[in-house]
Design a protein around this ligand. Structure first.
Ligand code: AGP
Length: 351
């Protein structure tokens, strides 16, 4: 398939604009029989590990909140660390959910092979149906986000979340915590989110540009709590890749345990308002502490400086990552960087 930039200056921007339609194609391309099979495998597992690298690892971290909700505890581990982590517990009855957009990442393939040798079953999640991961998996679920050419991953992250959320709901059918109506509700929520994103993207792009005009620092924090904490890590990764700016994704509560020492009037902090009401007290307390120290705060929320569209808690990582992706992109543009091909990086680390 030949893909062009479709009139956009960079693939990264085009691929962010692809997100609303990719969310829908990812959901509708999932086949019931493979979802049910994967869910049965996950539900019946002795232990479950979710592995991936970079953006795929961050999607995996978000899935731990999805699976917890249906009564399944998963261990989320970087595929680079998996060979040194709990291998003695991997055996017959273990299930590995391996996530890789390219399906070719060496750490993932190595870990999958090690786990298979010990008797584990592999559920692969990949955007490339002919990839090594697809071939090595016992069953795989396609991401169906369409080709992604910019090195900084964007639409494959949001579509991987669609796959993981759907898989968790199917697993919930087995555990009795979810019913078919929850899957219908997800479909409706995805349709609403897709429509809201489509119409708000130009406005969010403009807000992202205004927000980065205020950033003159080579380092910053991105912070949140709950299901959006991994989104902070993903945002920080986007800043590193697209704008060659150091950013650290950090939990709101952890900021108070040392990292706040760096904050001052020149040190920007991007705050994603948590989706969980229980975290609001913490959120208010931390925002007050960092504003007292004079740090410029860029707030991502339904009514923040950077508006994220309204959706459910479970889909809020999708709504919140878009302004972050656009900020990282705009900061890269401001610095005249080769955003789609950051120096020294490749789309897939295959060896
Ligand atoms: C994401 O923006 C990065 N380019 C990188 O971290 C990537 O997510 C990682 O290398 C894993 O790639 P994969 O999903 O193809 O396995």
């Amino acid at each position: 398939e030949i893909v062009d930039k479709g009139g956009y200056p960079h693939f990264m921007l085009k691929e962010i604009y692809d997100i609303p339609s990719a969310l829908i194609s990812s959901f509708t391309s999932l086949m019931e029989k493979y979802l049910s099979l994967s869910a049965m495998i996950v539900y019946g597992a002795k232990n479950v590990y979710v592995i991936g690298n970079g953006t795929s690892l961050h999607a995996g971290l978000i899935s731990s909140y999805y699976f917890a909700e249906v009564g399944i505890n998963v261990n989320v581990v970087s595929a680079a660390e998996f060979p040194y982590y709990a291998l003695e517990n991997i055996g017959t009855g273990s299930v590995i959910i391996a996530i890789s957009q390219s399906g070719e990442t060496a750490d993932v393939i190595r870990s999958v092979k090690m786990a298979k040798q010990r008797g584990a079953v592999i559920v692969g999640i990949t955007n490339s149906v002919g990839s090594r991961l697809a071939l090595e998996s016992n069953v795989y679920l396609p991401i169906t986000a369409g080709p992604e050419l910019a090195v900084p991953a964007t639409k494959t992250f949001t579509s991987t979340l669609v796959v993981l959320r759907t898989l968790s709901l199917y697993t919930g059918l087995n555990s009795g915590k979810k019913s078919k109506s929850d899957i219908e509700k997800l479909k409706e929520d995805l349709n609403n989110l897709s429509k809201a994103l489509s119409s708000n993207l130009p406005q969010i792009e403009k807000q992202a540009e205004d927000a980065v005009a205020k950033i003159n620092s080579e380092s910053m924090y991105v912070t949140s709590s709950g299901i959006n904490f991994p989104v902070a890590m993903e945002g920080a990764l986007k800043f590193k890749e697209a704008s060659l700016t150091h950013a650290e994704g950090i939990q709101l509560g952890e900021l108070l345990h040392g990292p706040i020492a760096l904050t001052n009037k020149g040190y920007p902090i991007v705050v994603i308002k948590p989706a969980e009401e229980q975290a609001y007290d913490l959120y208010n307390k931390v925002v007050k502490s960092i504003s007292d120290r004079g740090s410029p705060i860029i707030l991502i929320s339904n009514d923040g400086m950077l508006k994220s569209v309204e959706t459910t808690r479970e889909l809020s990582p999708i709504a919140n990552v878009v302004p972050l992706q656009l900020m990282a992109y705009k900061l890269g543009v401001k610095k005249s960087l080769p955003i789609d091909t950051p120096p020294g990086l490749v789309k897939a680390v295959v060896s």
